[in-house]
Design a protein around this ligand. Sequence first.
Ligand SMILES: *[C@@H]1O[C@H](CO)[C@@H](O)[C@H](O)[C@H]1NC(C)=O
Ligand SMILES: *[C@@H]1O[C@H](CO)[C@@H](O)[C@H](O)[C@H]1NC(C)=O
Length: 440
Amino acid sequence: MRLLQFGLLVALASGLAAIIIYITGVTNLYESTGLSDEDLEALQSLQGGFQKCVSANGLGLQSVSGKDYCQVTLNFPSDTIPKWRDPKTGELEDLSFEFNLCEAVATWEQVRNSTTILTREFIDALPNGWEEYAWRRINKGINLNHCQNKALCVEKLSLVLPETPPYFPQQFGRCAVIGNSGDLLKTRFGKEIDSYDVVIRENGAPIQNYTEYVGRKSTFRLLNRGSAKALDKVVELDETRQEALIIKTTIHDIMNKMIREVPIKNPVYLMLGASFGSAAKGTGLKALEFALSVCDSVDMYGFTVDPGYKEWTRYFSESRQGHTPLHGRAYYQMMECLGLIKIHSPMRPDPNRVVKFVPSHKTIRAARIASEKLLRRVGAGSADPLAACSIKRKQVKRNPRVVSSLRKNAVDHQKVVKGATMYPLEQNPGHGQLCTVPAG
Ligand SMILES: *[C@@H]1O[C@H](CO)[C@@H](O)[C@H](O)[C@H]1NC(C)=O
Ligand SMILES: *[C@@H]1O[C@H](CO)[C@@H](O)[C@H](O)[C@H]1NC(C)=O
C-alpha cells in the first residue's frame, strides 16, 4: 500500500515537473528572443488572418495551425486525387503540407528591398568574392582554381556582369509572372496580361501562336540551365528582341559565343538570390523572387493546379516536366495570403478579384518584425532598414540620371535606405545582407 502511494506520488510529481518544464520551455523560447506581447499578438493576428484568407481564396484548401505561432499546415480537400509521382520513390504526392509563416514573411519581405541581379560591384564587395564565389557562376568553374587568374574569370563573366544594378526596388508598378501550365489554354488572358507594366516569362515559353492566351508583351525571361544553353533559340521567342534574359544558373562559354556572334542584342544577366529551401528551387519561384525585387505588385498566371486537374502539362507541349504540383499550389496560396502575390487561373478568372481577408500591411509589417526577432535575424527589431546589413561596403557610383528618373515609389524607397543597395547573401546565418552604400 505504502509502495503504491509512493509510486502515485512519483508519477504525479514527474507529470507536474514535465508540465512545468514544458510551460517554462515555451515561455523561454519567446522570452529569450525578446518578443514583446505586441509581437506575439502580431504573429497571432497574422496566423488568424491567414487561415481566413486560405479558406476564402484557396478553392478548398484549409490552413490548420501547428504547434507554435509560426507553423501552419495546408490541407487539400480529402477527395483531391494526387496525380504526380516522385520519380525517385514512386510515391504519390501528399495532400498536406507544412509551412513556416514566420520564415516566409521575414524572407519574402526582405526580397522586396533587395537586388537580385548579379553585379561586378557585388563580387568585388564580397569578402573573397572572386576566390570563393565568382567561379561558381561559371560553367566548369571548378577548373578555374578559385579564379587564380582573375582576368580570365572577369572575361568569362564580362558579357553578363553589369557594374551596378540595372534595376531598383519598386522600379516597376504592376507586374505579371507567367508560368507555363497547360491551364493557360482554358482562359483568354492575353489582353489582360498585356495591360501590365512588366511581363516576366520563363524558359522556352512561346508567344507567337498563343497571344490570345498568354499576351504579346514580354519584358523579362528567366532561364534555367537547359534553356540558357539554347540562348540563340530563346531570343527568337520575343519578336521585339527587347526582352532581358536572366539566367538562373551559370554562364557558359557557348552562351558567351552566342552573345558575341549571333549577336544577341538583348541584355543578359545572371540572377543572384537567397534560396527558399527545397520547395522553392524551381524557375517559377525564382521568377516571383525577381518580380518582387523590382515591382510594386506581382500577379501570377499559368502556375496553378486548380481542383480537378487531370495532368500537369505545359501550354505548348505535351511533356510533363512539372514537379510537385500540389506542393507548389499550396506554397503559392501561402504567398497570396501573405499579401505577396495575386493568383489568376481559370477558376479565378475575374481580373478585379479581391483577395479576401489578406492580412493588412500593418499586420504583415508587425508580424515581419516579430518573425525577425523570433528567428534571430540580423538587425531584427531595428528601425534602421540598414540594420540587416552584415557587410557594408562603399558603392560604385550610380548614374544619377538613372536614379532620378525612377518612378516615385522607387525614389522614395531610395531615400529611406539612403541610396544603399542590398544584396541577399545565400546561406548567410541570420539572413544578413551585403549592402553597398554611397561614398561620403
Ligand atoms: C506558329 O505556327 C506556325 C504555323 O503552324 C509555325 O510555323 C511556327 O513555328 C509557330 N511558332 C511557334 C513559336 O511555335
Ligand atoms: C523595405 O523598405 C521599406 C522602405 O521602402 C521599409 O519601410 C521597410 O522596413 C524595408 N523592409 C525590410 C524588410 O527591410
